[in-house]
Ligand binder design. Structure first.
Ligand SMILES: NC(=O)C1=CN([C@@H]2O[C@H](COP(=O)(O)OP(=O)(O)OC[C@H]3O[C@@H](n4cnc5c(N)ncnc54)[C@H](OP(=O)(O)O)[C@@H]3O)[C@@H](O)[C@H]2O)C=CC1
Ligand SMILES: CC(=O)N[C@@H](CCC(=O)OP(=O)(O)O)C(=O)O
Length: 342
């Protein structure tokens, strides 16, 4: 039993709670002793329905009614923080309205991730309506976070989380050849595409295929994080959840195995959600967990780094929870080890 009284908990709402990442966030908030899940919302056209009816695995674990959202509810909301697990354009539209009411916003979509508004038409297919918020938003890749999180937090994308956590240690340590363009191939489970029905993600259609060559919206996000161009090729695999990323770089001549190891341990010593594995990581070992598993192999100047995360947890809901814990001065991993079931 927690000794934190209900009244001292941080009151929160999840928008997009009927979707895959929003439902996970509802579970994490319910398991977090410092937060209260006060409201859960889906899109406007639905009837109210318990989350446990939408997702029976949450029965007796998450007790919240998912209600239809409309902006006219905003003045009545008695919350300190809203988590947006919405399509990008819906997040972009509602975030300023919540911020205007003094509600802190953690956005899981891509709406506020890129600093350059001119990239939105090219990579997201729409012009950004609130470029001033791109300046304000703080990007919460927490293992590399130095800036304080403000009122608008932009939670990193799933593929960018896996790839950036893999590549930043050697890049920041100055071990990668100046002219190297990292090559990243990453495979996601089908939950990465969200819960809505679509032909490309239906059971009989999904095998293993690449998509989004050079044009995927996560390419500029990864490049923004790493400070250099990348070749990024996402793949869709026939499993439910998880991302396995294979990242290949050329090292500077003479970089030793010891230097590589030291770069990783310096980056991640004391970081509770990073695990180094002794063999290639497996999505099965991270599914349902908030961890990022990392492994590398070096052959002279060539380095292959493998990274595995659960796209819905470290790639979305758990990363948002981690950031909110830090933002509100709570233990970084509060609520993270109990909420999810694979
Ligand atoms: N899936 C993943 O692995 C990851 C997803 N993300 C991002 O998180 C966000 C949510 O993704 P995901 O959980 O997969 O999405 P889903 O498609 O599974 O769920 C989307 C949710 O948003 C609700 N919604 C849609 N439009 C509106 C609207 N205009 N107003 C209010 N609610 C609305 C839907 O309601 P209803 O159910 O009623 O239609 C649903 O509850 C996306 O931006 C995605 O890019 C980030 C990282 C990883
Ligand atoms: C398998 C699949 O379709 N994955 C999605 C990425 C997951 C996601 O929702 O992207 P964000 O992290 O940017 O929110 C895609 O490629 O568009």
């Amino acid at each position: 039993m927690s000794d934190i009284s209900k009244s001292s908990k941080i009151r929160s709402a999840v928008l997009g709670a009927a979707g895959y990442s929003g439902a996970e966030l509802c579970a994490l908030l319910s398991a977090n002793p410092y937060f209260e899940l006060s409201y859960a919302f889906a899109s406007g056209g639905r009837d109210p329905e318990p989350l446990a009816s939408l997702y029976p695995r949450f029965a007796r674990q998450v007790d919240i009614l998912v209600e239809p959202w409309q902006d006219s509810l905003i003045p009545e909301l008695d919350i300190e923080v809203a988590f947006l697990a919405l399509p990008h354009e819906a997040s972009e539209e509602v975030a300023p309205k919540l911020l205007a009411k003094g509600i802190k916003v953690f956005d899981l979509s891509g709406a506020f991730r890129l600093k350059q508004p001119e990239l939105y038409p090219q990579y997201y297919g729409y012009a950004h309506q609130h470029p001033e918020l791109l300046e304000q938003a703080v990007y919460s890749l927490m293992e590399w976070q130095t800036e304080p999180l403000g009122d608008l937090v932009s939670v990193p994308g799933c593929y960018p989380t896996a790839c950036s956590l893999a590549l930043l240690p050697v890049l920041k340590a100055g071990l990668v050849a100046a002219d190297c363009i990292p090559v990243i191939s990453a495979t996601s489970g089908v939950s990465g595409a969200g819960r809505k029905a679509s032909l490309t993600t239906s059971f009989c259609e999904v095998g293993l295929n690449a998509y989004g060559f050079f044009k995927h919206r996560h390419r500029p996000e990864i490049e923004q994080n790493l400070g250099r161009k990348v070749v990024f090729t996402p793949h869709l695999g026939n499993f439910k959840r998880g991302i396995l990323a294979t990242c290949v770089v050329n090292l500077k001549p003479g970089v030793s195995a010891e230097q590589v190891k030291s770069a990783f341990s310096q980056a991640y010593t004391g970081k509770p959600l990073i695990r180094f594995t002794d063999k290639s990581p497996n999505v099965a070992d991270v599914a349902g967990t908030p961890f990022c598993d990392l492994y590398w192999q070096q052959d002279g100047e060539q380095l292959v780094i493998m990274s595995a995360i659960d796209n819905l947890l470290k790639g979305a809901a758990a990363q948002a929870m981690q950031a909110a814990n830090v933002r509100f001065g709570k233990p970084e991993t509060a609520g993270l080890f109990a909420g999810a079931v694979a």
